[in-house]
Ligand binder design. Structure first.
Ligand SMILES: [Zn+2]
Length: 511
């Protein structure tokens, strides 16, 4: 008999429809698979036959041909195990499945018939959401992703046996509707493992700089001695950023769903708080921007809608850092492959921290810096001008006085700072309505100039300062953008001299 099963393959974060066509006929027993399968797909026959034996069915003894269509798309991964198993069972007449044409089946099988999760189930669910007739058949470990997409129906199972029973009973009768976000209550959204600014006593200047960075989504760089608290301050940042919208949660979870390890049955949680990714400085190009043989998204994409924090910035490989310029400008990363170009969203706030010199104590009044001036210069030159150019806020972090640790006083909690950040973001939302920008950091030079409403005296001040500090044209507009954010934080229509002088302080490097 000939049977066609509908399924999906992952290409980047896109889910591409694939049909698994199976023809099982009498004749010399054999098995042929055509249609550009990769090794994992080719090996699926062994897993599938063994899994089918575990439920006491037999599909061997036929002359079986499997075609994966469209034939010119390379089929990767193990998600085609389950459609192949169901297809073999119906084509050989072992089971009857009503309304097979409405089913979209994905899942990996183990030899004993357990269903294991696949990568990218959310992408598949999202591409099905428009057509309500479809029912998605998935491993139960993928349920938490799929249930986020309101309006789709799905059947999930832990084993091949459970899946076969459900399909024989009629998927229409057992399918569930995805609930979307209704089942999530607020408490799961506000994570409590983010450090709070109330525990960071002192360091008011750094906190203020991070508040400005958060309000305008500006990239930032913290320069200071080891142990000054740079990393701690940066880690508090997700606590003052606005909560993610439902669209943002879906976008980010979708990327993380593509990055999860297929077959890993650990519970997958939707990404409800802004990601804070901290790749190690030994990170390779592939792990940072994505790609590789399995085409997985990199750290830059996993930080989408959140923060990518690079500690010890000069220790990163220079070519790896340069690769970040594309996502910093475009908000996405494209990786070219023989089979086409994969585009991953990667819109993040970039944060970085570094020591002022190789020994780390150049800015410490109490310790002596032992570095030669050339060594210090070489160290700072590891960060290229163009990269530095894209970092709006650069602050030095002074060493903390030991007396401050002893004091019991607590500082302003993150929740209070977040209120001001959200208010500033609301102003920006109104400002950028109908444009392609979302935040002050993204706006174009012309837009920056127009939105600042500078008086002639203020403009003169800005131009003088730019002259004095030898700012490039880009540096000048960066100054205006940061000034715009500072003015938004105090809810002012126009940017004043006080805003610009604060913005001028946020350039420890003066590029
Ligand atoms: Zn030094």
């Amino acid at each position: 008999m000939f049977r066609r099963i509908r399924s999906y393959c992952l290409f980047g974060i896109k889910a591409v429809p694939v049909s698994v066509e199976i023809d099982a006929s009498q004749g010399l027993p054999g098995f042929t698979m055509v249609g550009l399968p990769d090794n994992a797909v080719r090996e699926s026959r062994e897993r599938v036959v063994s899994a089918i034996r575990s439920i006491d069915k037999v599909v061997t003894g036929f002359r079986t041909t499997v075609n994966l269509s469209p034939a010119d798309l390379r089929k990767e991964g193990s998600a085609l195990d389950l459609p192949l198993a169901i297809g073999l069972l119906v084509a050989t007449g072992e089971i009857e499945v009503p309304q097979l044409e409405n089913l979209v089946i994905v899942g990996e099988l183990s030899l004993d018939g357990l269903l294991k999760p696949i990568r990218g189930a959310l992408s598949i669910a999202m591409s099905l959401s428009e057509k309500s007739k479809n029912i998605l058949v998935i491993p139960r470990a993928n349920e938490s992703e799929v249930s986020l997409v309101e309006g789709i129906r799905y059947v999930c199972a832990d084993t091949l046996r459970e899946c076969v029973e459900a399909l024989e009973a009629g998927a229409e009768n057992v399918a569930r509707w995805a609930t979307g976000f209704r089942f999530k209550n607020k408490s799961t959204i506000t994570a409590n493992d983010i450090p709070d600014f109330k525990n960071v006593v002192g360091m008011e200047g750094v906190k203020r700089a991070l508040e400005v960075a958060a309000a305008g989504a500006h990239n930032f760089l913290l320069v200071g001695s080891p142990g000054a608290g740079k990393t701690l301050c940066a880690k508090c940042l997700p606590g003052i950023l606005p909560e993610m919208t439902e669209t943002e949660i879906l976008e980010t979870t979708r990327i993380h769903s593509c990055a999860r390890t297929a077959g890993d049955s650990d519970e997958f949680k939707p990404v409800m708080t802004r990601p804070f990714r901290t790749p190690h400085h030994s990170a390779s190009m592939v792990s940072l921007v994505g790609g590789g043989t399995r085409l997985k998204p990199g750290e830059a994409s996993l930080a989408h809608n959140g923060v990518l924090f690079l500690d010890e910035l000069p220790e990163f490989n220079r070519s790896v850092l340069e690769a970040l310029r594309e996502p910093m400008e475009e908000g996405s990363i494209s990786v070219s492959r023989a089979s086409g170009t994969v585009v991953w969203p990667a819109r993040f706030m970039m944060g970085a921290a570094m020591n002022p010199c190789p020994c780390g104590y150049a800015m410490d009044p109490k310790r002596h810096c032992t570095c030669l001036p050339e060594a210090r210069k070489r160290y700072q030159e590891k960060i290229s001008g163009p990269l530095l150019d894209r970092i709006d806020i650069q602050v030095s972090v002074p060493p903390v006085d030991a007396s401050q640790f002893a004091s019991k006083a607590s500082a302003e909690p993150s929740a209070e700072i977040r209120k001001r950040v959200c208010a500033a973001r609301d102003i920006q939302r109104k400002r950028f309505k109908g444009t392609r920008f979302k935040t002050n950091a993204e706006m174009s030079s012309n837009f920056a100039k127009d939105s600042c409403n500078l008086s002639s005296a203020t403009e003169k001040f800005a131009i003088n300062a730019a002259d004095r500090m030898n700012l490039s044209a880009r540096g000048y507009y960066r100054l205006l953008k940061v000034g715009r954010t500072i003015a938004d934080l105090r809810n002012s229509e126009s940017v004043e001299i006080e805003d610009l002088s604060e913005a001028l302080r946020y350039r420890a490097f003066r590029s």
